[in-house]
Design a protein around this ligand. Structure first.
Ligand SMILES: [Zn+2]
Length: 389
């Protein structure tokens, strides 16, 4: 096995990460065409069977297949090619699409989330191919579009029938093995009251006062949620993020709206969570004739979890321990990610394991540690060998 790991060339991985950063794939607006073409060429050069699928025009995902002696077992790697936007470029101290290499770090949009992981995945497959190891099972690389907005790139591949016995999502986990992630539910809540002249407020129904009651009830709900803890992810949370209402100081407002971000832990169903919030609203008099309410789902991503005794969890922990010299244990990923489609729709035992930190994702001067990208390539290679050879 160590002879295969020796094939991992640090210089090549660093260069590949920088090349990927130099191809912008900001989402929104979204457009993975150029980076997909670049990756597809790389995989073809390695002798993989390559397919490209668009879940909608201009939004391609790339699949690379490396056959083994048999069809099974199958190991899937999943990584998204899109990044969040750079935002205000002037706030960056480095050029975000240059892949600046400085003090053992590679800087740029997508460095941690997750072009470093893509480079590590490609490098590990290269090491396997060049070592001419005979794989028993099959390796599937899925490099997908649109994780940052909808997740439809991964969902599309699952709906096209791609399956595996185990999967690894390369989101930034600082090389920790993560078996669960949170989900989210974003809601818009509208309360309508009755307008009146501010000098005779009792003739109206003040939508802002009613919304204030509701906001305080949600704050109370948050402290109840704090008691409901997931072992790896902590408690679910609720946050009121925006509020709008009223048009003039001397008018009793007949309209108020808020948006809510509710984070879900595994075991919670979005439909139940929405119901709970609606009931809270109704208990405040939302059903009385003068007060009309409306609840709209703005965004939804389910949580997911893989049992810790699954083979992929054990194998990954062992591989990490061998490469970095410590058992990472098992932790949770606090954000949402494409793991939910692999687990909830396809039933694939999946872990999150990648270089870089979630604290570096989506921020100004995003970076990934070079050492982590190289170690990720070694860990991925070791997992391929342990599961498929
Ligand atoms: Zn990501």
């Amino acid at each position: 096995m160590f002879s295969v790991l020796e094939k991992i060339a640090a210089d090549e991985i660093i260069e590949l990460t920088r090349q990927l950063i130099r191809i912008p794939s900001e989402n929104p607006p979204g457009g993975e065409g150029e980076i997909a073409e670049f990756i597809a060429e790389k995989l073809k050069d390695l002798g993989l069977t390559v397919r490209v699928y668009e879940f909608k025009p201009g939004r391609p995902s790339v699949v690379g297949l490396l056959s083994g002696v048999k069809e099974k077992p199958t190991l899937m790697f999943n990584g998204h090619m899109d990044t969040v936007p750079v935002g205000d470029k002037d706030l960056w101290s480095v050029e975000p699409f240059e892949g600046v290499l400085r003090d053992g770090r590679i800087y740029g949009r997508g460095a941690a989330d997750m072009k470093g992981a893509l480079a590590a995945m490609i490098a590990s497959v290269k090491a396997i191919v060049e070592s001419e190891v005979n794989l028993r099972g099959r390796l599937i690389l899925t490099f997908v579009a649109d994780e940052e907005v909808t997740g439809y790139g991964t969902r599309d591949l699952i709906r096209r029938g791609y399956r595996a016995d185990f999967a690894i999502v390369g989101e930034p986990s600082e090389l920790n093995v993560q078996t669960a992630h949170k989900g989210l539910l974003w809601l818009k809540v509208v309360i309508r009251g009755k307008a009146a002249h501010a000098s005779i407020p009792h003739q109206g129904v003040n939508a802002i006062y009613r919304m204030a009651d509701f906001c305080l009830a949600l704050e109370k709900m948050n402290s109840l949620l704090a008691e409901k803890k997931h072992a790896l992810l902590g408690p679910p949370t609720i946050n009121v993020g925006t509020i709008k209402g009223g048009i003039k100081t001397n008018i009793v407002p007949d309209y108020c709206e808020i948006t809510i971000d509710r984070r879900l832990i595994p075991g919670e169903k979005p439909v139940d969570v929405k119901r709970e919030i609606e009931e809270t609203l109704e208990s405040l008099g939302g059903k009385t004739s003068k007060l009309q309410t409306q609840v709209e789902v703005l965004n939804l991503a389910e949580p997911s979890e893989t049992p810790q005794d699954e083979l992929i969890v054990q194998v990954a922990r062992k591989a990490v321990r061998e490469v970095i010299g410590r058992d990472p244990g098992v932790t949770g990923f606090t954000a949402t990610c494409d793991m939910r489609f692999l687990v909830n729709e396809a039933g694939i035992p999946t872990i999150i394991l990648g270089p870089g930190s979630l604290r570096q994702a989506h921020v100004i001067d995003e970076y990934v540690e070079v050492e982590q990208v190289i170690n990720a390539a070694k860990i991925y290679t070791s997992i391929i060998l342990k599961t498929l050879s």
